[in-house]
Design a protein around this ligand. Structure first.
Ligand SMILES: [Zn+2]
Length: 163
């Protein structure tokens, strides 16, 4: 297991963030995602890794959301990678809807990125045009396709109602 010793939790005005103590190159492995404790419901310490699977990520729960993130969480291989070059001392962040379908505690994003999604509530609340600009995990893609298919079916049914 790649250790998390390079990561530190910083608390400022009760606001937690995860800082890296070393620099990373784009594409570099940072650490593995812990899976010792998997639960079937999301909470503020979990990351979604499957339809009904949420893993307690320990220290990684201090990762904040960003609409312009510097790490990705690959829930298939259970690894966290740098998605751009990261400097020592930089805060690490990922795009929450890349793992979360429907979040337990939605919030308003103030990241300031030009592509900011503003309401962070999970992938199911985002348009496809926004999602396709981000790295998405397999379970999110699957649930998105399912939602689209059932919407289409619903629309077909509405059209076939004889007025
Ligand atoms: Zn944002």
């Amino acid at each position: 297991m790649v250790s998390m010793d390079t990561l530190a939790i910083k608390t400022e005005n009760k606001f937690r963030s995860l800082i890296t103590k070393q620099a990373y190159k784009r594409g570099e492995l940072i650490c593995e995602i812990p899976t010792e404790k998997v639960v079937n419901k999301a909470n503020r310490f979990t990351v979604q890794i499957g339809r009904d699977k949420h893993t307690d990520v320990g220290k990684l729960a201090a990762l904040n959301h960003s609409c312009d993130p510097n790490v990705i969480l690959d829930t298939e291989h259970l690894r966290m990678y740098a998605c751009r070059d990261i400097e020592r001392g930089e805060e690490l962040s990922f795009f929450y809807p890349s793992t979360e379908w429907e979040m337990d505690a939605p919030f308003i994003c103030l990241c300031g990125a030009s592509n900011c999604i503003h309401v962070v509530a999970g992938a199911r609340f985002l348009p496809l045009s926004t999602l396709e600009n981000h790295y998405l995990n397999g379970h999110i893609r699957e649930m998105m396709i399912e939602l689209l298919n059932s919407t289409e079916l619903h629309l077909t049914r509405l059209q076939s109602v004889d007025l």
